[in-house]
Design a protein around this ligand. Structure first.
Ligand code: GDP
Ligand code: IMO
Ligand code: MG
Length: 430
């Protein structure tokens, strides 16, 4: 029996979906614990591409329990659409394989409107959010005025909460942002409709997981976003509004910390970021363009072009510590094939001072210059490698150097988007 957490070590989009789908074979339960439909996790099976935003990436295996924990913010319309889309593509989603926490918070129309209005008001200084209402929904949760999934099942409670909320939200929308207010009746009816559709899936997730763990089942915790988008540990304020790190696997599902055995950090062989914020190793040249094109680096949720750069071991080193990583899953190594030289950022230089950890001040981080080591690249196509020894010596050396610099072993290597293009050095479930 083993319980495994998978998180992102960078700014999201590290290939968590691919890694989760691969590891699902060895688990019985797969659970999301934070975020919402700002996430876009891609899975490729039999050359068919699926992108899930709320439903765990284990769903394609059919017979696994996929769980949405209390730590999420759920847009019910998106969830219902996702269930429909999967069904229309032959994936069975039913009350035996999908479970939704009664305590998760609900994204309401005013959250989305506020998200857009705030970004618009910030102009050039905007965060570049996904516009899905994630931040405003978590704000309400913290303000103790949020609407939870369970509230939707009680018409009176829901009406009372919605009425109170609209007094406040419509004031902001109309008076502060000159936006259209949200209509009570329309919203109330719309959400009661959603409630009926999702009612059969709603459950006590903490109890469900406790039982599964007691029965000796393997639970796989699926992180969303990445460590440096974490509200506490990320490049604040250019972060998302939830805790994205491994510890949240407990808080966002209702299990104790001693239940976790292994924490795997997914890490691209280079770095990407979508949205605003500092990015010390960003490449604004033809190498950056090449990686962007070869890696098909477009956002899985918003379709935005992802900013690309070299791997940053200052960043990943911090992720190893903050998450207590026991292993690294390096993804998209194949994208680097064909480059003459590959750079690794080993430290930052700030006005002559060396940093090997990310400084907390945005102003300082924005002015940090990466200190690089240059390694030989490789020309071979590596997508057919199935063993570490199959990789070119230069690729092996690259991975070994990353291990040394961040202080944790590479336990999985991904060399393509399909399940088969995976090299397992150490299976966390075995
Ligand atoms: P996530 O948000 O962490 O799940 O990552 P995304 O799905 O947003 O982005 C990762 C992208 O890279 C997707 O298009 C995946 O299909 C693709 N991908 C994952 N692993 C690999 C890999 O090893 N090689 C290549 N070429 N593509 C990969
Ligand atoms: P996955 O799970 C990459 C980024 C947004 C923006 C910031 C805040 O697919 O890795 P938000 O809408 O959350 O308030 O936006 O966070 N962001 C992501 N970037 N991958 C994600 O998820 C992201 N989820 C949010 O682009 O910069
Ligand atoms: Mg993604």
């Amino acid at each position: 029996m083993s319980n495994v957490v998978v998180v992102g070590t960078q700014w999201g989009d590290e290939g968590k979906g691919k890694v989760i789908d691969f590891l699902t074979e060895f688990a019985q339960v797969i659970v999301r614990f934070q975020g919402g439909n700002n996430a876009g996790h891609t899975i490729v099976v039999n050359n068919e591409k699926f992108i899930v935003h709320l439903i765990p990436s284990g769903i394609l295996h059919g017979n696994k329990k996929c769980v949405i924990g209390n730590g999420l913010v759920i847009d019910p319309a998106v969830l219902i659409q996702e269930i429909r889309d999967l069904r229309s593509r032959g994936i069975d989603v039913n009350t035996n394989n999908l479970f939704i926490s009664e305590k998760a918070h609900v994204i309401m129309p005013y959250h989305k409107r506020m998200d857009h209005a705030r970004e618009k008001a910030k102009g050039a200084k905007c965060l570049g959010t996904t516009g899905r209402g994630i931040g405003p929904c978590y704000e309400d949760k913290a303000a103790r005025t949020g609407i939870r999934i369970i509230d939707l099942l009680d018409k009176d409670v829901f009406l009372e909460k919605l009425k109170a909320k609209l007094v406040e939200q419509n004031f902001y929308l109309e008076k502060l942002f000159q936006e259209e207010p949200v209509d009570l009746k329309t919203t109330y009816r719309e959400y009661l409709g959603y409630a009926e559709e999702i009612r059969p899936y709603i459950t006590n997730v903490s109890l469900l997981l406790d039982r599964a763990i007691k029965e000796g089942q393997n639970v796989l915790f699926e992180g969303a976003q990445g460590t440096h988008l974490d509200i506490d540990h990320g490049t604040y304020p250019f972060v998302t509004s939830s805790n994205t790190v491994a510890a949240e696997a407990c808080i966002g599902t209702g299990i104790g910390p001693l239940k976790l055995d292994t924490v795997i950090g997914t890490c691209k062989a280079y770095t990407t970021r979508v949205g605003g914020g500092p990015f010390p190793t960003e490449l604004k040249d033809e190498v950056g363009d090449l990686i962007q094109k070869k890696g098909a680096e477009f956002g899985a949720t918003t379709g935005r072009r992802r900013r690309c750069g070299w791997i940053d071991t200052v960043q990943v080193r911090d992720s190893v510590r903050i998450n207590g990583l026991t292993g690294l899953a390096i993804t998209k190594l194949d994208v680097l094939s064909g480059l003459d030289k590959i750079k690794i950022c080993v430290a930052y230089d700030y006005q002559g001072e060396r940093f090997i950890h990310i400084p907390p001040q945005l102003k300082v981080l924005e002015n940090c210059k990466p200190v690089y080591e240059e390694l030989e690249g490789w020309q071979d196509n590596i997508m057919d490698a199935r063993d570490f020894q199959d990789l070119p010596a230069q690729a092996q050396a690259y991975l070994k150097r990353i291990e040394e610099l961040v202080g944790v072993s590479v336990t999985l290597i991904s060399i393509g988007s399909r399940r088969e293009t995976t090299i397992v050095l150490q299976n966390p479930f075995k």
